[in-house]
Design a protein around this ligand. Structure first.
Ligand SMILES: [Zn+2]
Length: 444
């Protein structure tokens, strides 16, 4: 079969599997992208920051290849700032792994408290001052990082590696930077990563601060287009769905992450009926805890039964597989040559063993791929015609040494994470107050 496409992923979460209990996105992000992290926050990792990035990225790539994921779309954030050598480390890891990777730079340029409703007023002046002092890169610095990514890595490794752009979310960037990213996306035909309406609080933010839904805001700026991959789209209304459909964008569905953070359930059938192409992602290892897209297909095949009493409107196995393969190819602007077993398409293939429990006995191949397979039947993973996983081993990678190095780096990582958790716990009461205030706002 064609390889799976993990259409939404943040590799910087790769060391955080199992780190956190479930919590709302707004609290979770205090741990994921600590808003007070300065250079000193890197602690024992500072001297080996790029090696850490390399090992962290490679670890996730290897896990994906073993499960038959041939392409990843990495919306990579950088704490506290993006560096050119950090980008090189990340892309080199993907080059060495042999996976197909499209990589964006997910770096907001708005001060932390202005990304949310009510937070500026809820925070004591001392915490606001800490946030004002946190490193924030200028539009020029961020565009220079993109220039580096595009000139050094876009089309590298025989075309396996590509660049994408990301604004993270519309409320996290200035309109000026947002427009510059859109221009870059148009100029090079790059996918544009944007998280929109992941949580109810973001719906309130649109209503109270922007005076319109965040989908409408992006549309009004003239930036909602077919290169966009809109991530989550959970709290969308019918007008938002019509705008998404008219734009030609793709929507990335990440049901494991959405349940882990209690965000809600994306309206699969409404989006699909409107003609919006859907793709699937694991999001990241601090909210999915694995890179297992098979688990995502299974949940996508089940969770929508809660949203609709009519079982004829629940996603069918064929649709779910289409999202996991062709939807992902579309999201990275590769629907013309990825995700089909057909002349003219790139040879990104997976061979599964049918002599396994998942397929014994064999009743319906597609349903058993969606509901029974967990990646353990994958015997060969082929990317761009090259066998990268065979006989239980990833070609050219000493996986035992990789895991040992990851464990060694983990000690320094934990020391940094512990300090940042202290900040998160101190800030959490203000974020909880914000969530409570937003919860009391009726949605219009
Ligand atoms: Zn995400």
């Amino acid at each position: 079969m064609p390889g799976l496409v993990n259409a939404h992923f943040h590799s910087p979460g790769n060391f955080m599997k199992g780190c956190l209990e479930g919590m709302p996105l707004e609290l979770f992000m205090l741990y994921e992208v600590p808003p007070l992290a300065g250079d000193s926050a890197k602690g024992g990792l500072a001297a080996q920051a790029d090696r850490f990035t390399y090992v962290r990225t490679l670890l996730g790539a290897v896990e994906m290849l073993r499960r038959g994921i041939t392409t990843v779309h990495d919306d990579a954030y950088h704490v506290p700032i993006v560096t050119h050598t950090g980008l090189d480390a990340m892309l080199q890891a993907y080059a060495d792994a042999g996976i197909r990777a499209t990589v964006a730079i997910d770096q907001p340029n708005i001060v932390e408290y202005d990304k949310y409703p009510f937070l500026r007023d809820l925070l004591p002046p001392g915490e606001r001052a800490h946030m004002d002092a946190a490193p924030l890169q200028s539009e020029a610095e961020l565009l220079a990082a993109y220039h580096h990514l595009i000139t050094h890595w876009h089309g590298a490794a025989g075309g396996r590696l590509r660049a994408a752009v990301s604004c993270s979310a519309p409320q996290r960037v200035t309109p000026s930077y947002f427009r510059a990213l859109s221009a870059l996306s148009k100029q090079h035909d790059l996918p544009f990563n944007i998280h929109i309406l992941e949580t109810r609080l973001q719906r309130v933010l649109g209503q109270e601060v922007f005076g319109e839904s965040l989908v409408k805001y992006v549309h009004r700026l003239g930036l909602l287009d077919e290169r966009m991959m809109v991530i989550h789209a959970i709290w969308v209304d019918d007008e938002d769905i019509a705008l998404l459909a008219a734009s030609g964008c793709t929507v990335a569905h990440n049901p494991v992450c959405n349940l882990r953070l209690g965000s809600g359930i994306m309206p699969w059938r409404k989006l699909s009926d409107a003609g919006v192409p859907l793709c699937l992602g694991t999001d990241e290892m601090n909210t999915d805890d694995t890179t297992n897209l098979w688990a995502v297909t299974k949940l996508a095949g089940m969770v929508h039964s809660l949203a609709d009493a009519d079982c004829r409107r629940w996603p069918q196995a064929e649709e779910v597989l289409h999202a996991a393969i062709r939807g992902g190819a579309r999201a990275i602007r590769r629907h013309a040559d990825l995700g089909q077993l057909q002349p003219g398409f790139r040879a990104d293939l997976v061979l599964l063993d049918l002599d396994t429990h998942a397929f014994t006995p064999l009743n319906d191949l597609r349903r058993q791929l969606v509901f029974c397979e967990d990646g353990s039947s994958v015997r060969y993973t082929i990317v761009d015609g090259r066998v990268v996983f065979e006989d239980g081993r990833i070609a050219g990678i000493d996986e035992k040494a990789l895991r040992a190095e990851a464990r060694a780096l983990h000690a320094a990582f934990q020391a940094v994470a512990a300090r940042q958790s202290g900040d998160a716990e101190r800030l959490a009461p203000y974020y909880r107050a914000m969530l409570e205030r937003a919860q009391a706002v009726a949605l219009r």
